[in-house]
Design a protein around this ligand. Structure first.
Ligand SMILES: [Zn+2]
Length: 216
């Protein structure tokens, strides 16, 4: 099965990507992993990407696309894959479609993890990080009554990334960037939404259920 996983920050996409891929026995291919592998492996594309990152610039689409192409050409991806973090926009989605077509392949499904904004804020804005050991606690889910780390006694603080206004801003940016992509895949008839609220195992179960008609 060839699938793409999309979802807002705080939807637990990384975790779901791992579980779903392992349930389907297909490789999980995230752009983060591809970048790191190319940079640490010193490939030409890795060197090129690093030259942009070192200057603080965004890595251009064509470099990302070339890396994804290399990765999807590998042996283990021939019978299916789960893409996480790619495509990010409609032009990338078109490139992916054409790339697969060239190989006589098509995307089977795009799984959209759906969580409402308030739930994401509740998840992320409740996080507290230990200033000593770096462990993350949640005021609500871990029932934290004080601002001390249960593991080492260190002072807990809220990272800027986890502040409510930052979270809301990231969500807005995400919606703006992703809405056209969601529409693109809805038009292609391969978009399936999965409710991503509740326990991790429950969300994985729902995702597997949604994938069943597309399997085989
Ligand atoms: Zn600690």
């Amino acid at each position: 099965m060839r699938l793409v996983l999309v979802g807002p920050p705080g939807a637990g996409k990384g975790t779901q990507a791992q579980y779903i891929a392992s349930n389907l026995s297909i490789p999980k291919i995230s752009t983060g992993d591809i970048f790191r592998a190319n940079v640490s492996g010193g490939t030409e594309l890795g060197k090129l990407a690093k030259s942009y990152m070192d200057r603080g610039d965004l890595v251009p689409d064509e470099v990302t696309v070339a890396m994804v192409r290399d990765r999807l050409s590998e042996e283990d991806a021939q019978d299916g894959f789960l893409l996480d973090g790619f495509p990010r926009n409609v032009p990338q989605a078109e490139v992916l479609r054409d790339m697969l077509k060239e190989w006589g392949q098509t995307l089977d499904i795009v799984l959209n993890l759906v969580v409402d904004d308030d739930e994401v804020v509740r998840r992320l804005a409740g996080r507290r990080t230990c200033s000593q050991c770096g462990r993350i606690w949640h005021v609500e889910f871990d029932d934290k009554k004080d601002d001390r780390c249960d593991a080492c006694g260190g002072q807990l603080f809220q990272r800027d990334d986890d502040k409510e206004e930052t979270v809301r801003h990231r969500l807005e940016v995400y919606q703006q960037q992703t809405a056209p992509l969601i529409e693109f895949y809805a038009d292609e008839g391969i978009l399936v939404g999965v409710d991503a609220t509740g326990p991790v195992e429950e969300v994985t179960r729902r995702a597997m259920e949604a994938l069943r008609p597309f399997a085989g």
